[in-house]
Design a protein around this ligand. Structure first.
Ligand code: SF4
Length: 128
């Protein structure tokens, strides 16, 4: 199973994301979790962010072994925000794992993503 992790920090303006360090988070995620890659975009539901999401979803449409995990706002809100892209790309919603990372520090974000992914894939934590 391949896992692509996308993180959004709501333009960096929301106090909900002030506890995390988005510059170090991708490396931390890639080091601690068995993900293909991790990226941060400041507005995944915005114009450019939606294009990034579309590209990532398209890259996984014909790959039943890829999961897309998104750490951002409330999961239900994410599902609504990205619904048009799921329809447009034909991406299997079952392979979309939205995680609420608001208020979390990097370690907590990694834990939340790891937990969510771990329910679908074992093992997820890298062994050092
Ligand atoms: S996806 Fe959620 S966290 Fe990201 S910019 Fe949109 S509303 Fe904010």
């Amino acid at each position: 199973m391949r896992i692509k992790a996308l993180i959004c920090n709501c333009k960096g303006l929301s106090p909900s994301f002030k506890n995390s360090d988005m510059n170090t988070l991708p490396f931390d995620l890639e080091s601690d979790l068995d993900v293909d890659y991790a990226i941060v975009h400041p507005e995944l539901c915005g114009m450019g962010g939606s294009r990034v999401m579309e590209d990532v979803l398209r890259s996984a449409v014909d790959d039943p072994d890829t999961l897309i995990v998104v750490g951002a706002c409330e999961p239900e809100a994410q599902s609504k925000l990205f619904e048009k892209l799921f329809c447009k790309t034909g991406f299997n919603r079952d392979h979309f794992l939205p995680v609420d990372v608001r208020g979390a520090r990097n370690e907590e974000i990694i834990e939340r993503l790891g937990e969510k992914i771990g329910k679908r894939v074992q093992p997820i934590m890298r062994r050092h």
